[in-house]
Design a protein around this ligand. Structure first.
Ligand code: ADP
Ligand code: MG
Length: 674
C-alpha cells in the first residue's frame, strides 16, 4: 500500500495532519468519504447572481487588483470582473497573495459567495482558476469532514491524485452478488463518491459503499457468532447458590434484575459459554446483577473478572463489591494502571489466590494470566473496542462473557448488529427514583440559571458543570473548561470551584473527586470523564455547556450522575444554534428520562457525518452508512452475507479472498476512546 507521502504536496507535516484523521496510506485516503458536495458545475451570469448565493462565475478581469488599507490588520484587495451581462467587484480580505495574480483581460472561473456591500453585490473571498486549467471548478466538488489545519483544497488535491496513482482498484465484492443486489463496481463508485459526474452517479456510488460497509460488518458478526457457537465449556454445577447472595443484599431486587439474574443462571447451566449483553438504563442497577453472576462463578470454583473503562469507576466497583461480599470469604483485588506491586498481584491471580479481579484495561495486559477465568464482565462496553472485549474473554478457556451497557440501542438494531450476543434488558428502575427535571435554555437565561445555582449552593447542595471535549480540538476545549472554571469562580467567590478533565493524571483526578465527595468542592467543572463514574448524592444539579455538541445518549448518561439522592434533581442544557435538529434533540432530553427512547432518537436524529458517532452505542465506527436511514440496505447486506456464508462459511474461496481480508480488519485492535 502506498504511503500518503507518495502524493505530491504531502510532506512530513501534512502527513501528520492526515494521520490525525487516521489516514496513513493512499487507500485510507480513498476511503475518507466527503460529507457533501458543492455544485460548481454550472456557471452563472453576473446579472443573475443574487445576494447570499454561492456561485460559479466565468468572467474576464476588467481592472487590476487594488489594495486598500482600512485599518491595522485589515487590508482589502479588490478588482472588477465582467461577463457579457455585467460587471461585479471581487473582494479579498487580507490576502496579499492575490495582488500580482491577475492581468486585465485574463479569463477566470471564480467560485464564492455573493454578499451585499452598501446595497451593491460583491463576490467575497472566491477561489479562482484560469479558464481551461480548471481543477476544482466546472464540476461537482467534494467537501470533506475536516477540522483545523487540513483545508478542503489540500484534501481535494490529494484525493484527485490518489484516484490517479492508486490505479485500477481490485473489486472484492463478487460479481454475482453485485449483479443480484444492483451494486456499482468499485472503480466507478470510488471516482463518483468523490468527484461525481452528476448527483445521480453520486447516489449510485454511495449505495455501493453503504452496502459494502454493512456487508463486511454482517460477515464479521456472523462469522464470529458461528465461531462462538462451536465453543464448549462445562456447565456450573450449582447455580442455586445465587439465593444466598440475594438474601444478604440491603435492598430487594427489582423484577427486572431478578429476571436477568435468572437468565444468566440458565446460561451457566449450558454446555457452551454464555455470551450475553445486558442493557439497562443509567441507575437501573446493573452492578448488582454482575455481582450475582460473579458470586455464582466463584462458588463454582472459578475466577471472575470485571473490566471498567476508567480508574474511578474500577475503584468504585471495588468498593461496592467489597461491601456486597463482606463476610463471604471471597478474595477480591483491584488491578489498574496505578496499582502498586503489580508483580505480586499477578502472582496471586495466576495462582488462583484471588477470586474476583476488578480493574481497567490493566486486566488484559499481556503479563496478566488467570488460573481459571470462568466469567469475564465488561462494564460500559461502549467505551471499549470489540477487540478489547474479546481480549478479556481470551484470558480464559472459553469463559462466560457478560457485557453491560447503559446506552442501549433499539432492539431491532441490536438483533442485527449484536448478532453474536444474546440480549437481556433491565427495563425497570429501583423504586423511588424521581426523573431529573431537565431544561434547555439559551445564553439569555444564564443570569437566571446562575441565580438558581446560587440558591442551590446556599442550601448546601453541590453541582456539576460539564463542558464538551471533542477529540480533534482538545486543546481549545480544554481551555474552555479552564475558562469556565475561572468564570464561575468569579461569579461565585464564596464557593469552591474544582476542575476535572481527561488530561489529568489518575491520581489528580481521584484527589479532585475525593474533594468533591467530601464537599470541599461546591461546583465541579468537568469534561465527560465524569460520564461513567462515582455517585455523589449531594450533587443533584448539572449544567451542561454546549449541549448541542453531545450525543443524546451521552447527555442522558451524564444526567444519570444526578438524581441519586432523595431531592428533586435538575439538569440545565445550554444549547446554541437554533436549527431544527438541535431543537428536536433538546426537546427529547427535556421530555424523556427513558434511555431506550432517547437512544433511538439519538440514532434517528444523528447529524451529518460522524458528528454524533456510533461509538457511544458501542457500534463499530461506520464511515458512510447511517443505521436508521439505511435500514433497508442493512437488511439487504444481511441477506447477502447469509448467502455468501452458506456456500463458503470461512470465506476461503479465491473469489472471496478480498472480502475475507476486509472482514479481518474489522476486528483488528482498536484504540479505546477515553
Ligand atoms: P447502573 O445500572 O447505572 O450501573 P448501579 O448498578 O450503579 O446502576 O446502581 C445504581 C444505584 O442503585 C446503586 O447505588 C445501587 O446500590 C442501587 N440499587 C441497585 N439495585 C437496587 C434495588 N433493587 N433497590 C434499590 N437500590 C438499588
Ligand atoms: Mg454501572
Amino acid at each position: 500500500m502506498l504511503d500518503i507521502r507518495y502524493l505530491k504536496g504531502v510532506g512530513e507535516a501534512r502527513a501528520k495532519l492526515f494521520a490525525k484523521k487516521n489516514i496513513k496510506t493512499v487507500e485510507d485516503l480513498l476511503y475518507f468519504f466527503p460529507r457533501g458536495h458543492e455544485d460548481r458545475s454550472k456557471t452563472k451570469q453576473i446579472c443573475a447572481c443574487e445576494i447570499g448565493e454561492t456561485v460559479c462565475i466565468d468572467a474576464t478581469v476588467f481592472s487590476p487588483v487594488k489594495e486598500t488599507r482600512i485599518r491595522k490588520n485589515m487590508t482589502i484587495y479588490s478588482m472588477i470582473i465582467s461577463d457579457e451581462t455585467g460587471g461585479m467587484t471581487v473582494v479579498w480580505y487580507n490576502n496579499k497573495y492575490v495582488k500580482g495574480q491577475f492581468k486585465t483581460g485574463d479569463e477566470y472561473i471564480f467560485y464564492g459567495k455573493i454578499q451585499a456591500s452598501r446595497q451593491k453585490r460583491e463576490l467575497v473571498n472566491p477561489i479562482y482558476e484560469k479558464r481551461g486549467r480548471q481543477r476544482f471548478t466546472g464540476k461537482i466538488v467534494p467537501v470533506y469532514p475536516l477540522t483545523e489545519n487540513l483545508t478542503q483544497r489540500m484534501v481535494q488535491g490529494a484525493m484527485e491524485q490518489a484516484l490517479e496513482v492508486a490505479g485500477p482498484l481490485e473489486e472484492y465484492i463478487p460479481k454475482d452478488i453485485r449483479e443480484r443486489y444492483n451494486i456499482a463496481e468499485l472503480n466507478f463508485a470510488m471516482r463518483n463518491i468523490h468527484f461525481p459526474a452528476d448527483f445521480n452517479s453520486y447516489e449510485i456510488a454511495r449505495r455501493r459503499f453503504v452496502f459494502e460497509e454493512l456487508l463486511i460488518l454482517q460477515l464479521a458478526l456472523s462469522m464470529r457468532k458461528a465461531d462462538i457457537h462451536q465453543k464448549t465449556r462445562a456447565p456450573y454445577t450449582d447455580t442455586a447458590c445465587v439465593q444466598e447472595f440475594i438474601e444478604k443484599l440491603p435492598f430487594a431486587l427489582t423484577g427486572a434484575q431478578e429476571r436477568v439474574i435468572d437468565e444468566l443462571c440458565a446460561d451457566f447451566q449450558k454446555s457452551r459459554p454464555m455470551n450475553r449483553l445486558v442493557q439497562g438504563d443509567v441507575g437501573s442497577g446493573k452492578t448488582v446483577v454482575a455481582a450475582a453472576a460473579m458470586y455464582v462463578t466463584v462458588k463454582n470454583g472459578f475466577q471472575a473478572a470485571i473490566m471498567a473503562p476508567t480508574e474511578i469507576l474500577a475503584n468504585q466497583h471495588y468498593e461496592t463489591f467489597s461491601a456486597f461480599f463482606a463476610g463471604t470469604g471471597l478474595r477480591i483485588c483491584l488491578l489498574t494502571g496505578s496499582t502498586k506491586k503489580k508483580k505480586e498481584l499477578y502472582g496471586q491471580i495466576a495462582a488462583g489466590e484471588m477470586d474476583l479481579i476488578v480493574g481497567t484495561h490493566a486486566l488484559i495486559q499481556k503479563d496478566v494470566a488467570y488460573k481459571n477465568l470462568g466469567l469475564a464482565v465488561t462494564d460500559e462496553q461502549h467505551r471499549f473496542g470489540v477487540s478489547q472485549r474479546a481480549g478479556l474473554a481470551g484470558k480464559g478457556d472459553n469463559p462466560n462473557v457478560l457485557v453491560m451497557t447503559a446506552t442501549p440501542i433499539p432492539r431491532t438494531l441490536a438483533i442485527i448488529l449484536y448478532g453474536d450476543l444474546d440480549i437481556s434488558i433491565i427495563d425497570e428502575l429501583p423504586p423511588g427514583r424521581k426523573p431529573v427535571a431537565t431544561y434547555a435554555v439559551g445564553e439569555n437565561m444564564r443570569k437566571r440559571i446562575y441565580a438558581f445555582l446560587e440558591k442551590h449552593l446556599r442550601e448546601g447542595m453541590q453541582s456539576y458543570v460539564i463542558c464538551p471535549l471533542i477529540e480533534e480540538t482538545e486543546k481549545s476545549d480544554l481551555q474552555n473548561a479552564v475558562q469556565i472554571k475561572e468564570q464561575l469562580q468569579r461569579v461565585f467567590p464564596g464557593y469552591s470551584v474544582g476542575l476535572l478533565h481527561g488530561k489529568m493524571k489518575a491520581k489528580e483526578k481521584d484527589a479532585v473527586m475525593e474533594a468533591f465527595i467530601a464537599h470541599q468542592i461546591d461546583i465541579l467543572v468537568s469534561t465527560t470523564v465524569i460520564e461513567v463514574g462515582v455517585n455523589v448524592p449531594n450533587s443533584n444539579m448539572m449544567i451542561i455547556e454546549n449541549a448541542e455538541r453531545f450525543g443524546l445518549s451521552q447527555l442522558h448518561q451524564l444526567r444519570g450522575r444526578v438524581g441519586r439522592g432523595h431531592d428533586q434533581a435538575y439538569c440545565i442544557l445550554f444549547a446554541h444554534g437554533n436549527n431544527d435538529v438541535t431543537k428536536k434533540r433538546m426537546e427529547t432530553m427535556c421530555m424523556s428520562n427513558d434511555g431506550f427512547y432517547i437512544s433511538e432518537q439519538d440514532l434517528r436524529l444523528r447529524g451529518p457525518g460522524d458528528f454524533f458517532g456510533t461509538r457511544q452505542h458501542g457500534l463499530p465506527d461506520l464511515k458512510i452508512a447511517n443505521l436508521f436511514a439505511d435500514m433497508d440496505m442493512l437488511k439487504l447486506a444481511q441477506e447477502a452475507a447469509r448467502e455468501l456464508l452458506e456456500t463458503d462459511p470461512a470465506l476461503q474461496q479465491p473469489a472471496n479472498a478480498g472480502l475475507r481480508k476486509r472482514v479481518q480488519q474489522v476486528f483488528q485492535p482498536e484504540i479505546a476512546m477515553n
